[in-house]
Unconditional design. Structure first.
Length: 195
């Protein structure tokens, strides 16, 4: 698959089949991730592959976080919301939790470590697309909750950056639309003020 075609045609696929995914494909996705650029070669990423009942602890944690924001978690409506939160990880047969573990290298800058792991996630999404899989990078407030760090045994400076839900697509690939780069780009070709 041509890289430019993959970049333009890849889309977030939120609805996937429950068919198992070959381990070799998941390993290829992880291999693609670790080739992301990272300043000082710190390799600040960590991956957790959740399958089968291995997705259950994530579901329980999502429900615990949701419960914290409820005035009365025992109402029928809130019990249904909690059950729904607990079932979220079962929307795909594989979830890869991706975390940043910033380096202790004194030259490393934390925002660059986050950038490196974000680049690794993009590599994963492109690799999944190239392998005929559907994937979506899911985030949101619960992603950054201290209970997530606890669930994955992360340190104080570490952070979960998202959950990559992966499966064989069960929806048509949506059309893409972007504002032209021309509207977001300023060419600076001489020694003149930028603004």
């Amino acid at each position: 698959m041509d890289i430019f075609e993959a970049i333009v045609k890849r889309r977030s696929i939120g609805k996937v089949k429950q068919d198992p995914i070959e381990k070799e494909k998941i390993e290829k996705i992880l291999e693609a991730a670790i080739w992301a650029p990272n300043h000082f070669r710190t390799e600040p990423w960590k991956f957790f592959v959740l399958t089968g009942e291995g997705r259950r602890p994530l579901g329980r944690t999502l429900a615990q976080i949701a419960k914290e924001n409820m005035e009365d978690p025992e109402t029928k409506e809130n019990q249904e919301k909690l059950k729904k939160a607990e079932e979220k990880p079962f929307r795909a047969p594989v979830i890869i939790t991706v975390a940043v573990t910033p380096s202790d290298n004194p030259k490393a800058i934390e925002i660059e470590e986050v950038g490196a792991v974000s680049a690794a996630i993009q590599n994963m999404l492109l690799a999944a697309h190239a392998l005929g899989l559907g994937a979506i990078w899911r985030t949101g407030k619960p992603t950054y909750h201290p209970k997530m760090k606890q669930l994955f045994g992360l340190g104080e400076r570490d952070e979960v950056l998202g959950f990559i839900y992966i499966g064989y697509p069960e929806m048509p690939q949506p059309e893409g639309k972007r504002i032209s780069f021309k509207e977001k780009t300023k060419w600076i070709e001489g020694d003149t003020p930028i603004y």
